[in-house]
Write a protein that binds this ligand. Sequence first.
Ligand code: ACM
Length: 525
Amino acid sequence: MQYSSLLRLLPLALASLLFPLNAALIPQPLQFEQAENAPGFALRDGIRVDIATSHSEMGRAAIRALMAAGFSVLPEEMDGALEVHRIEHDNPEAYTLNVTGQQISIGVATPLALHAAAQTLAQAAEHGQIPAMQVADAPALQHRGIMLDPSRHPISVADTKRILDLMARYKLNRLHWHLCDDQGWRIEIKKYPLLTSIGSKRKETSCWIHQEKKDGKPVEFFYSQAEIREVVEYAHSLGIIIIPEIEIPGHASAAVAAYPQLGNQDCPDFAPEVITGWGVFTHVMGPNDFTFQFIEDVLAEVCELFPRAPYIHIGGDEVPRDQWKTSPAAQAFMKEHGYTRESQIQDHFTHFCAQVLRKHGRRMVGWDEIMCAPQLPQDAVVMAWRGMDHARIAARRGHQLILCPIHAFYFNFPYGKNPSEPFYSGLTGFDDIDCAHVLNFDTSVPGNQVIGMQANLWSECIPNMKKLEFMLMPRLCALAEHAWRYGTPNRPGAADFSRRLQTHFSWFDAMRINYRQEDGTPRQP
Ligand code: ACM
């Protein structure tokens, strides 16, 4: 080694003396050993990848994953230090790492796992070094997600990408995108242009929890198909799949305002509009030919825009039956099909959606209300939000399920019951969702039907990124750990999590995240 190289390494050697490296990873890997007192891998100007690895398919995928995780990478080096190999494992995201002073060796079952390996390295890297360590890791659940709601308050493409960055850092791999609701339709659909020219606009908005107080400011927002593709590709570069949601047949006011033929036009006082307040509203889809054709057409465009989504979310929650009771056309539809209860109209919609999606090679996922449908297709995925009882019913019926119980994983609710807690309302009854609660909440379900876990961030009362980040961080980290280590032995407790979390605040600061600090205050008041 040349003298000049030695000089270059001197600050790193000093740094390792001054700052003993102690990787504090979230989620905590299944197996993790750090070699005490062994020299770490010095990053210098980047990770050097040897020529052979740079030219292999897996090597190129590793380079992309490392760069997406924030590393600078020097490909095609003669003295490359990165080595990638395949391991045998039935979990596609399983990986191993062996880091020494001279080499980073990554073992993966599939290229998908390179993202998790790269993020572990990124979290461990500190003061220009990655500590010498050995890791053997794999997630317990295949769907680890966050739900975003740009319907109630717009979330820009740039902000959505920023949230994807935060998710990727903590190995969350699914973004559930709630793209329409009563308060606005947010996805361009070429065949139905009024969805966006009318349905994406509302006159004004209720202020926070005060329904009657309106801000007087018009809202107009949607994602063009080009923007949707851009976000989908960005997510893909981070190893994240986006699951889009189209609400059927309820939460449909914006869609019905755009196309009244979608609604129950023969109801008394039928006057749909894009809603400016919060709650559950009576405008639901009507069971007619126009609506069923609409569903086929919209889901066809959605499947094309989200080519990697294995299941598509069709909503199904909170569907009032009032209009179906008073609509002569809906009553005639019931008679024609031999239905005796209005709820069977919803079941009809659910079955119809499943059938359309199957034609596109996709499965259906819906909120747990879809379970009311008799003979719900066995491959329907149930998203259990009303509580663990609903999750356990879904499991008993043999459905795969994703857990997002309102009692622990609704991140729109405050962290604490204290009236001084930012955004405390005292109204919801779910006012103490702190990290310990997210980690400790009993999510056990007999059997092995749970495939995922996610936090939902409903945005009625989240008008901007500053508040969104506060509600998300650091709870996102706790959710990520709960999902990664779901049901695994020696799951670390909340105190251990809290100790590791301390070391993540400097990254939050570098990212300029408005996280909730330990004293309960926002980082950027
Ligand atoms: C929901 O919170 N309505 C799924």
